[in-house]
Design a protein around this ligand. Structure first.
Ligand SMILES: Cc1ncc(COP(=O)(O)O)c(C=O)c1O
Length: 393
């Protein structure tokens, strides 16, 4: 495989852009290569440099419906499996935990073991995929609104970003035909399904259509962070068929491991090899044994997954009923979040909820009167509804 510098310059990056990529990926620095690149970026984003301590403290004692976290911890048996690893923390790998995770994913997702890579969360492989498959001549196409990490990485690199608005006529699903029309020669077509922040699912048939019609050399990147909350079919099937598809998963959502950090990418080995050439050491070598054990023990708990999904749906439906009663409109959702339209600046409502000790999510510039609200426990939702009543009184 070509040397990274040579490859980037050939793909049209300037020397200046090459410098930025080197800094982002820690090229040439063993210390940086060994640490998760985007967890650093995510940390910088969630805790602004100006007032780190205050920002963190401001969430203490609040009902947390702002960050799409799970309302409860990992499944008890999974937490026990993770806790049992702590005493072996003196070893980098006391047993074959990486292999066990990969074997389990292969069985559950029906994807070959050779196509699975574990990560400390999915933010890192998300940005890494953009660096690998986009370039000054092959841009990124994304829905709007959606999770912005991919477009932020592309914009930061100076790569063209094409945003295709979600539309009511399309059920707020990612519009794959409009995406291809908007940039027929992109390097990546990114979709998040279920989408953050709408919770809407893009049908697998649409993803297949895009894979069949996209230009040669491009990738369809499917971010399935919330798929367990929807219970809909995964694009992992296309990975098993060796298509030009990268599927990302995180254990931060239904598996409730956001602070433990575990994610996966599933892709053909040659695509993974391209993603890994920007890093001397595989990120997989740096994973916490607690996260590996907790994650592996979570994947096969089909009944517990279904039960957690059921609880979330019940809480979501209760919230929708309350919003309706209040005459408010919201977008239908298949996941643990939804968009509610306040018909006034979303930040005003976010501030009002914060005064009632409820932290709701943010808005996206394309829909400035809508907030994203994460579905929490039944108790969290009662607090949300009570705060709403107070604000509207
Ligand atoms: C759609 C989507 N993808 C990826 C991530 C990254 O999650 P993590 O880095 O915790 O795996 C998030 C986090 O909220 C997300 O919403």
């Amino acid at each position: 495989m070509k040397e990274v510098r040579e490859d980037l310059l050939e793909r049209g990056y300037s020397r200046w852009q090459f410098g930025r990529i080197s800094a982002l990926l820690g090229l040439g620095s063993a210390a940086m290569a060994a640490s998760p690149l985007i967890s650093r970026a995510a940390a910088a984003r969630s805790v602004p440099a100006k007032a780190p301590i205050e920002e963190v403290q401001s969430k203490v004692g609040m009902v947390r419906l702002g960050s799409n976290e799970c309302w409860t911890g990992p499944f008890p048996e999974a937490a026990q499996a993770g806790a049992a690893m702590v005493q072996y923390g003196n070893r980098y790998e006391p047993s074959n935990l990486h292999a066990q995770l990969i074997d389990t994913v292969a069985q559950v997702e029906k994807v070959p073991q050779t196509h699975i890579l574990p990560w400390p969360g999915s933010s890192d492989p998300l940005s890494r995929t953009v660096v690998t498959f986009c370039s000054p001549t092959r841009g990124l196409v994304t829905a709007d609104p959606t999770f912005e990490n991919a477009w932020r990485t592309a914009a930061w690199l100076g790569v063209k970003v094409t945003k295709v608005p979600l539309r009511a006529e399309n059920g707020y699903a990612t519009d794959v035909r409009a995406m291809l029309a908007a940039d027929p020669n992109a390097g990546i077509y990114y979709m998040c399904s279920p989408n953050n922040p709408t919770g809407t699912v893009t049908p697998l048939a649409d993803i297949k259509w895009l894979v069949a019609h996209k230009p040669a050399g491009s990738i369809v990147l499917v971010d399935e962070a919330y798929i367990h909350f929807a219970g809909t079919p995964s694009a992992a099937k296309l990975v098993a068929e060796n298509r030009d598809v990268v599927v990302l998963r995180t254990f931060s959502k239904l598996f409730a491991m956001a602070g433990l950090r575990l994610g996966l990418s599933m892709a053909r080995p040659d695509l993974h090899a391209k993603m890994m050439r920007y890093d001397g050491t595989s990120q997989s070598g740096t994973l916490s044994i607690v996260a590996l054990a907790t994650g592996t023990a979570s994947l096969t708990r089909a009944a517990a997954i279904a039960e957690r999904r059921k609880q979330m749906i019940a809480a979501r439906e209760e919230t929708f009923a309350h919003l309706k009663k209040r005459g408010l409109t919201y977008l239908p959702s298949n996941a643990n979040m939804f968009m509610v339209d306040w018909k006034q600046p979303a930040q005003t409502m976010r501030d009002a909820f914060a005064r009632s000790k409820v932290d709701i999510g943010r808005s996206w510039p394309i829909w400035p009167t809508m907030s994203r609200v994460t579905v929490g426990s039944a108790q969290d939702i009662q607090a949300f509804c009570a705060a709403l009543d107070q604000i509207m009184a």
